[in-house]
Write a protein that binds this ligand. Structure first.
Ligand code: PEP
Ligand code: MN
Length: 338
């Protein structure tokens, strides 16, 4: 952390900064220039303390971070890639893992048709929301426990693992009884009570990026899970809110190499929520794989026109099957497979 003193800061003010740093267990290096003094605060944990501790002191012009605020999710902390295991599926290796299914579990017929379609097209994991975080309280909120039971039924019958969302810390235990991977939605990325609860279990957690959050905030949120003892964290980029309104969200394709550079955690991409429209999903999905994503989370509905949630961005069975063929070719081109 670098503390820049104001021009004309007194020796006493400089000494206050040095004392504060030392009291926190850090060492300091002073750089006394002709106009200004710059103080480097050194120590392995400077990323974990607030810059405000120094910024409030008299005579301080500004404070700049050098260390990242996240630690456990960083590659510096763990240089080797984390591989998340879901049964015999491994996320983060050469195989690109496709998770697909409806936005929400609606009924048995819909879920079973979706399961058959996505599995026969080559998806490794079935997605389906039982608890839906809806913007309006009047929208369909999901089938809740009934939805979880239907997912478990498909898992049994078709031997396919399931990913589903939890929105309330009190439901973690319930969802964990049914799900193989527990999803934290974009709206809950900084729900620290939820993250803390999920840190205490062993299930893999799919942590979506909040649509107004930076990559640094996202990786810092992942630290909550890792700090609790849950090492099975999968990141999911799903687009961020920008001034652009022709897509539902702007898929931050750049975050894929950025996350790969700064973190050891596997990363998948959800092209459906980024696109907002079925016609845009395939191109975004292909770009994500080409850019280095370890998998995809795609919404597929047997009859998108009848979907209760996100029908417009859901792929039809034939669109999904076609996309899977194209994705296989892209995977092969970059030395991976589906
Ligand atoms: C979802 O996956 O259905 C969902 C609600 O996604 P997000 O949290 O990214 O909006
Ligand atoms: Mn959805």
């Amino acid at each position: 952390m670098i503390v820049e003193m104001k021009t004309g800061a007194t020796q006493h003010q400089i000494e206050d900064v040095v004392q504060r740093a030392k009291s926190l267990g850090f060492s300091v290096q002073l750089n006394v220039g002709t106009d200004k003094t710059v103080i480097a605060i050194l120590g392995s944990n400077t990323g974990q303390i607030s810059t405000d501790l120094f910024a409030v002191l008299p005579g301080v012009e500004g404070v700049t971070r050098i260390m990242k605020p996240y630690k456990l999710a960083s590659r510096e902390f763990k240089p080797k890639d984390t591989i998340v295991k879901v049964g015999d599926i491994e996320i983060g290796r050469e195989r690109i893992v496709i998770m697909a299914g409806p936005c929400a579990v609606e009924n048995k017929k819909q879920l079973e048709e979706a399961t058959r379609i996505v599995q026969s097209a080559g998806a490794a994991v079935l997605r389906g929301g039982a608890f839906k975080p809806r913007t309006s309280p009047f929208s369909f909120q999901g089938l809740e426990q009934t939805g979880l039971e239907l997912l478990a039924e498909m898992k049994q019958k078709y031997s396919i693992p399931v990913v589903t969302e939890v929105v309330d810390p009190h439901d973690v235990e319930l969802v964990a009884r049914y799900a193989d991977i527990i999803q934290v939605g974009a709206r809950n990325m900084q729900n620290f009570a939820l993250l803390t609860e999920l840190g205490h279990i062993k299930h893999p957690v799919l942590l979506k990026r909040g649509f107004s959050n930076t990559v640094t905030e996202w990786l810092t949120a992942a630290d909550y899970l890792l700090a609790g003892g849950n090492s099975q964290v999968i990141l999911c980029e799903r687009g961020i809110r920008t001034f652009e309104d022709t897509t539902r969200f702007s898929l931050d394709i750049g975050s894929i190499p950025v996350v790969k550079k700064f973190s050891h955690l596997p990363l998948i991409v959800d092209p459906s929520h980024a696109a907002g429209h079925y016609s845009l999903v395939p191109a975004i999905a292909k770009a994500a794989i080409a850019a280095g994503a370890d998998g995809l989370l795609i919404e597929v509905h047997p009859k998108p026109k009848e979907a209760l949630v996100d029908g417009l961005q859901s792929l039809t069975p034939s669109d999904f099957t076609r996309l899977m063929k194209e994705l296989k070719a892209i995977a092969q081109a970059i030395g991976r497979y589906i």
